[in-house]
Design a protein around this ligand. Structure first.
Ligand SMILES: C[C@H]1O[C@H](OP(=O)(O)OP(=O)(O)OC[C@H]2O[C@@H](n3cnc4c(=O)[nH]c(N)nc43)[C@H](O)[C@@H]2O)[C@@H](O)[C@@H](O)[C@@H]1N
Ligand SMILES: O=C(O)CCC(=O)C(=O)O
Length: 381
């Protein structure tokens, strides 16, 4: 069976976790600090703050951006549910905007249309690793005095206009969940260029503690900490961070390898008229966290049938990215939300296997299986 995804983890990561365990400092310690410094350097951001996952990264970003009760935040419905949930955590209201059919990313024109006097921020997602048009959203935010927050859960190693994702705006949130291109089991990171945000994020992730445990541990004078505001326990462990450091060293290589597989898929499928392949325009550099194909109306096979037939041949796939407004948790949205493009993309797209290392044989098997089902006539000639 060819899986949909698999984290690329080696003896190196296992050894790093082992070594960290034996140091006796296993959470929010030196390895977390090292991972943060290296991640900031890699993205080109001034600061990075490690947290327990991207959902908590988004939650803290909402808080430091000053988003609160009753504020509106524009975001895509077509994203993993964590995007909208983070807005809800602070009592704010997710306002769903449409995405562009060929990139799955927020449509700036539709976003601007949905701005009201209660709008406080735009939460832009770089969907399945393809960067959104950051400059367009920066312009809208400037014009309407809004905050910009980037959900880069899937976009570690992606770049926009020659600069890595993480370096473009004030709050960028990453995930190291196993489904992402690099993983620490679970884990997240916020990058920022603002020192005030950096300090507040560090405070909030550790209960609002004024003097952290490492400082107290190393002090030769008795120090008492204060908890200056109601914070959270959103720490990353040093065991995770030591894995993250090794993963980060491989990130650029992993992205190159993923892009090679995406290129093979692109070449193999380019002449199929009934499907649309991922679009990577000039200035956009995707890490191909996922490879998504859209089945047009003219497709002779329904998406779910295609998925089952692939599975029967031993090829795992996934349906297109979910739409939050159609989840039960968001049933209040269902009646008044009209997002035909997002719904169509969710219903008619399919993610194919893409992971490192995928053998040539496995890649070819996915290609052949897909062609055999979608274009049987061409395949058999
Ligand atoms: C980007 C989004 O991707 C994921 O959705 P998805 O439907 O594409 O993928 P999932 O069904 O979660 O599949 C994750 C796949 O990734 C591989 N995998 C390998 N190790 C793991 C693991 O520890 N946890 C999970 N969830 N998956 C793991 C397996 O092949 C597994 O089937 C979700 O897990 C979301 O959490 C995520 N935001
Ligand atoms: O929790 C998940 O399954 C995905 C969300 C995520 O990637 C994260 O919070 O880091």
């Amino acid at each position: 069976m060819i899986p949909i995804a698999k984290p690329y983890l080696t003896e190196e990561e296992a050894q790093a976790a082992y070594d960290t365990i034996l140091t006796g400092w296993i959470t929010q310690g030196p390895k977390v600090q090292e991972f943060e410094e290296k991640f900031a350097a890699h993205t080109g951001a001034k600061y990075a703050v490690a947290v327990s996952n991207c959902t908590t990264a988004l939650h803290l970003s909402m808080i430091v951006a000053g988003i609160g009760q009753g504020d509106e935040v524009i975001c895509p419905s077509m994203s993993y549910i964590a995007t909208a949930n983070a807005i809800k955590y602070v009592g704010a209201i997710p306002v769903f905007a449409e995405v562009q059919p060929n990139t799955y990313n927020l449509d700036p024109v539709d976003v601007e249309r949905r701005i009201t006097n209660r709008t406080k921020a735009i939460l832009v997602v770089h969907q399945i690793g393809m960067p959104a048009d950051i400059d367009a959203f920066k312009k809208i935010c400037k014009k309407h005095s809004l905050k910009l927050i980037e959900d880069a859960a899937c976009a570690a190693g992606s770049a926009y206009k020659g600069k890595k994702i993480g370096s473009h705006s004030e709050l960028v949130c990453f995930s190291f969940h196993p489904r992402k291109v690099i993983s620490t089991g679970d884990g997240g990171m916020v990058t920022t260029n603002r020192e005030d945000y950096y300090n507040r994020l560090k405070l909030l992730r550790q209960h609002g503690m004024s003097v952290n445990d490492r400082v107290r541990h190393e002090a030769n004078k008795v120090i008492f900490e204060d908890h200056v505001e109601v914070g959270y326990n959103y720490r990353m462990t040093d065991i995770q961070a030591s894995v993250g450091i090794k993963q980060l060293e491989k990130l650029d290589w992993i992205v190159e390898e993923r892009r090679k597989i995406a290129t093979t898929y692109n070449k193999a499928f380019k002449n199929i008229k009934s499907i649309r392949l991922p679009l990577e325009e000039d200035g956009y550099f995707s890490n191909y966290q996922s490879y998504s194909i859209y089945l047009k109306n003219s497709s002779s096979i329904a998406r779910n049938t295609l998925m089952q037939t692939l599975l029967d041949k031993g090829v795992t796939s996934r349906r297109g990215i979910m739409t939050t407004h159609r989840e039960s948790a968001y049933k209040d949205y269902k009646a008044h939300t009209k997002l035909p493009i997002s719904e169509d993309l969710q219903d008619n797209s399919i993610l194919l296997p893409l992971y490192i290392p995928m053998s040539e044989e496995q890649i070819n098997y996915v290609v052949e299986s897909f062609l055999e089902i979608v274009e049987p006539k061409v395949f058999n000639t």
